[in-house]
Ligand binder design. Structure first.
Ligand code: FPP
Length: 249
């Protein structure tokens, strides 16, 4: 069987062979159910989910996975109860503040994908600070999608490209996939090799619609708040058994 692209990463624990995904994207689903099952408010699930994010990010550093992109808040999530939305916004802000030092130590370069202007100002300030301080780091590229919609991202890219055509900087016939790709939030990062969605749901939910064109997808029933290194290892091992043909034979 043909294996996924082989890249050498020196820091791997011996059980994980060489063909690692360069970029893993995650739809972190099931926090609310995790909390409800324990008789806790839904926000307790998000709190626990944040602990899992920290561990999976460390794991990427340890194993040599270069890019991690997580779906933290979709444009549709504004429709949740105000108390939950407010909690999430405060949680994001606190995490950015509290994790900054560790991100620096671990060489994490943070990027945020989404319409950030609509977020609370104090959160926007914390985001900008974290982006500025981590932008030179190169160990792990950590993308957090907040107030993100895959369709909106494509519309935004089209507008940017259309403006360049209007200004005479670009000919319509010269528009190709690379130009569109470089107008997306993910710019020149490689597309995800592996998408993980937890909690048994099997859909894309408007996440990275362009970037996921040839991504391998792994669904697990495990709720995000219960996800851990062992579950992550299983997902990677499953990916490593895939035969990636990109539409060819
Ligand atoms: C989906 O579970 C989860 C979210 C909408 C929020 C995810 C946020 C975190 C894990 C917090 C920290 C993250 C970062 C990156 C700073 P759900 O609430 O839809 O679960 P349910 O389907 O069981 O209701």
């Amino acid at each position: 069987m043909k294996r996924a692209t082989s890249i050498f990463f020196p820091n791997l624990p011996s059980k994980i062979p060489n063909s690692l995904p360069r970029h893993v994207a995650i739809i972190m689903d099931g926090n609310g159910r995790w909390a409800t099952q324990r008789g806790l408010p839904r926000i307790a699930g998000h709190y626990q989910g944040a602990e899992v994010v920290k561990d999976i990010l460390r794991c990427c550093k340890d194993w040599g996975i270069k890019v991690l992109t997580v779906y933290a808040f979709s444009t549709e999530n504004w429709g949740r109860p105000t108390v939950e939305v407010n909690f999430l916004m405060r949680l994001f802000e606190r995490l950015l503040r509290d994790q900054l030092e560790e991100m620096q130590q671990q060489g994490v370069c943070l990027s945020l994908l989404g319409e950030l202007d609509a977020l609370p100002l104090s959160l926007q300030r914390e985001m900008q600070r974290a982006i500025n301080l981590t932008c030179q780091n190169q160990e792990v590229y950590f993308n957090v999608a907040i107030n993100y919609s895959g369709r909106q991202e494509i519309v935004r890219a089209c507008r940017q490209v259309a403006k360049r055509v209007e200004q005479g900087e670009l000919k319509a016939d010269a528009i190709d996939e690379i130009i569109i790709q470089q107008s997306l939030y993910t710019l020149d990062l490689p597309a995800p090799d592996l998408l993980i969605r937890t909690s048994g749901e099997m859909r894309l939910s408007n996440f990275l619609l362009w970037q996921l064109a040839y991504t391998e997808i792994y669904f697990t029933n495990t709720l995000w708040a219960d996800f851990n290194r062992e579950e992550f290892r299983k997902a990677i091992e499953d990916y490593q058994m895939r035969d990636r043909r990109f539409g060819k034979l």
